[in-house]
Design a protein around this ligand. Structure first.
Ligand code: ADP
Length: 720
């Protein structure tokens, strides 16, 4: 028995599929060329379509092949591409476009994805159709729909022109595959067209936005320059106002006049704060505010900030206290000036709005995933209503709580938040009316090392007795001492077992008893006594300190000083206790009279600065221009020159340059030159230092600033 199988169809199929594969790979190459080559779309599509129509026709024995595309909007069909054996092209009178309904039911079939095969055109039943096809010289037709996704976008047709032809079913499959791939090209081209269009629009939009950016930058620069000029111009007369006020204050005045002078000074300071805040905000907005980070002693910075509000807080009877977590590193990397500015704003507000109670400044670790430092400013003030919480961070927005003087304008918190963000942190607030407020500054702590931090227990093994009638303050002091490792008691500690006693002035008698008891027991060890007194405490406290041989600590407590005192081995023997109570006189304690030349084109400022310096015991001369300054320097030989930078004619910088370069006849190139200017931007400072000035004082200048300067320049240069 024999089983015979005809392998012809199988063999044919194999051949067809290898052809299809070859065609597909050619097509893919075309696609690649088209998409990467970025040639013009319409022409390329037609070229590629023609290319594979040729492939199709040649491989399947067709005389002509066409690709038709639907134009649904126009109800048309367009012959997009054609390939034909020479002399067998579509007749020239056959239009490239024709109405869709010309082929009625065939188009419908194609649209639903069916193919059409007509082996013999002359046997088509519909006479109109037959005539159309015959007029185009067709004997056989195979039409296969081109489907893109789920949409039929046209069809590909193969024609037998010379003779009737039967296209094998596998060929239909092959065309379908090729058509799909080819349709891919079309789709890609359309996408690329769209992309090119969006690219063009985007380029136009980018050009426009670049133009707007430049305009905005120019406007912002103009604004910053305007503000800098304004600031300079306002500072100049303000220097006169504040200078005259501090001269007045230094004189004996009737009480009401003194009060008026103080009010005028407070208002002038409020104006100055406003000016500084506006300038800072403008610089932040212009992106010109840069942070200068350096290793910073956090506790020192906190204590300095508290000290700045000590006076107004003492006037209201508020307790100020700083506390630090002992695990925090002693130094953190930040911009100290900007962090101080933020803390001063927050503490300033807390003191301003709190009438009774306390303001606490506490630094600790935040409970977050990344190590973070959290500096809290907590007060017992009026609190903030929830609906105000967000708005108070907006510029010029104020809450229900207002300071009585009405001097705030609502910029402090805006500025503080922006500065904290520039420092890489966040500023938040938690508050409730009647329950006080807590503002917290969270800053990243990149190099925090828990093991090193845990080792910071400077008071380990010390026993300390804390006596304070105010429970809150007592607890706070105990907490901090314990944090640093001390064993702290508030009562019942035998005096001779303890290392130190810290007490308020109300405990004078008890302290005397403790010391007597020590002496009576013949105890060799006598505890150190530290007296904590409010700022502005009277002579009484000083006397008590002398009597008990005690160290005086003025509130707000300076922990560094207290730590040093507690750890020093010397017995309580401080003979000069009133370290901070009474400022030494304001004049410079030199018998020699320093000679200062003041150079300023503004007559009021010349007079004010020279009066302030004379109050400090200096001899002064003035010059109204750079040229006059050089002359005075040569003739009068001053020891210090205060130079205004912006003057008509020769500027202060030019004067400095000439002196330093030895071009000023009769003037020593190493003469001390300080800028005294209403320019406050860091760039100006750098310019001044680059021009050879020894230092920079910003207007308005206070008596205190001048005193520091004169001491810095002439300390230790007295007779001999
Ligand atoms: P200013 O103090 O100049 O009004 P700020 O921006 O510093 O401006 O503060 C905005 C507002 O936030 C204040 O007017 C006040 O109502 C509210 N505020 C700020 N700090 C406190 C605080 N510690 N307690 C109560 N209210 C506060």
């Amino acid at each position: 028995a024999v089983v015979a199988t005809d392998l012809t169809p199988l063999e044919r199929l194999r051949r067809e599929s290898s052809l299809v594969a070859a065609e597909a790979s050619l097509l893919l190459q075309e696609i690649a060329n088209l998409t990467h080559g970025r040639a013009r779309v319409g022409r390329d599509w037609e070229k590629a379509a023609k290319h594979f129509l040729e492939l199709l026709a040649r491989n399947h024995g067709a005389d002509r092949a066409c690709w038709y595309l639907y134009d649904f909007d126009g109800g048309l069909c367009i012959r997009g591409a054609e390939w034909a054996q020479p002399g067998m092209e579509s007749p020239p009178d056959v239009p490239r476009q024709f109405p869709l309904d010309q082929f009625g039911k065939w188009v419908e079939k194609l649209m639903v994805g069916q193919y059409i095969e007509i082996e013999d055109v002359s046997r088509i039943e519909e006479p109109e159709l037959r005539e159309i096809l015959e007029r185009r010289g067709m004997k056989s037709v195979l039409a296969v729909p081109v489907v893109e996704g789920d949409r039929c976008t046209g069809w590909i047709a193969l024609y037998g022109v010379r003779a009737r032809q039967r296209f094998a079913p596998e060929v239909i499959e092959a065309i379908k595959v090729v058509a799909e791939t080819a349709a891919g090209i079309h789709r890609l081209q359309k996408t690329r067209d769209e992309l090119e269009e969006s690219h063009r629009k985007l380029t136009v939009a980018l050009e426009e936005s670049e133009r707007l950016r430049l305009a905005a930058e120019q406007a912002s620069r103009a604004k910053s320059e305007f503000l800098a000029t304004m600031s300079h111009e306002i500072r100049t007369p303000l220097n006169g106002v504040l200078g005259v006020l501090s001269l007045l204050e230094a004189d004996p005045l009737p009480a009401t006049t003194r009060e008026h002078v103080q009010m005028a000074r407070d208002s002038a300071h409020a104006l100055l704060t406003l000016l500084n805040d506006l300038l800072d905000l403008a610089r932040i907005e212009a992106g010109a505010m840069t942070m200068v980070k350096q290793d910073t002693d956090l506790l020192e910075l906190m204590e300095q900030s508290l000290a700045a509000v000590a006076q107004p807080a003492a006037a209201k009877g508020l307790t100020l206290m700083s506390l630090v977590d002992a695990r925090l590193p002693a130094r953190i990397r930040t911009d100290p000036a900007r962090l101080r500015q933020v803390l001063l704003n927050l503490i300033g507000n807390a003191v301003k709005f709190t009438e009774r109670g306390r303001v606490l400044l506490q630094a600790g670790l935040a409970a977050s995933e990344e190590p973070e430092i959290c500096i809290r400013v907590r007060d017992t003030g009026p609190g903030i209503a929830w609906m105000e919480i967000d708005s108070i961070f907006e510029p010029f927005q104020q809450g229900c709580a207002r300071d009585e003087g009405g001097r705030g304008v609502g910029l402090g918190l805006t500025l503080s938040r922006r500065l904290t963000e520039l420092l890489g942190g966040q500023l938040e607030v938690v508050s409730e009316p009647g329950c006080g407020s807590e503002f917290s500054v969270r800053l990243p702590l990149p190099k925090w090392d828990a093991t090193i931090a845990a080792a910071s227990r400077p008071l380990a093994e010390l026993q300390i007795l804390v006596l304070d009638e105010q429970p809150w303050r007592r607890e706070a002091i105990c907490w901090q001492l314990a944090e640093w490792g001390a064993t702290v008691r508030v009562e019942g500690l035998a005096a001779d077992c303890c290392h130190a006693v810290l007490a308020g002035p109300g405990f004078g008698e008890m302290l005397a008893h403790i010391l007597e008891a020590c002496a009576a027991r013949g105890s060799r060890k006598r505890p150190k006594i530290g007296l904590i007194v409010a700022m502005g405490a009277d002579r009484e406290a000083e006397r008590l300190a002398m009597k008990l041989n005690a160290e005086l600590f003025v509130e707000p407590l300076r922990w560094r000083r207290l730590l040093g005192w507690l750890r020093s081995d010397a017995a309580a023997s401080s003979a000069a206790p009133a370290l901070q109570l009474h400022e030494s006189g304001q004049t410079v304690r030199n018998t020699r009279v320093p000679f200062v030349l003041i150079v300023d084109d503004n007559a009021v400022n010349r007079r004010v600065t020279s009066a302030l310096l004379e109050k400090l015991g200096c001899r002064t001369e003035t010059a109204a221009s750079g040229e006059e300054a050089l002359q005075r320097m040569a003739e009068g030989r001053p020891e210090l020159v205060l130079l205004d930078l912006e003057m008509p004619g020769m500027s202060g910088l030019e004067v400095a340059r000439r002196v330093r370069e030895g071009q000023a006849e009769g003037v020593s190139p190493s003469l001390r030159l300080y800028a005294l200017t209403a320019h406050v931007l860091p760039e100006e400072r750098e310019k001044a230092l680059a021009a050879g000035l020894n230092g920079f004082l910003a207007k308005p200048v206070s008596l205190e600033h001048l005193r520091q300067l004169v001491e810095e320049c002439f300390a230790g240069t007295g007779p001999g």
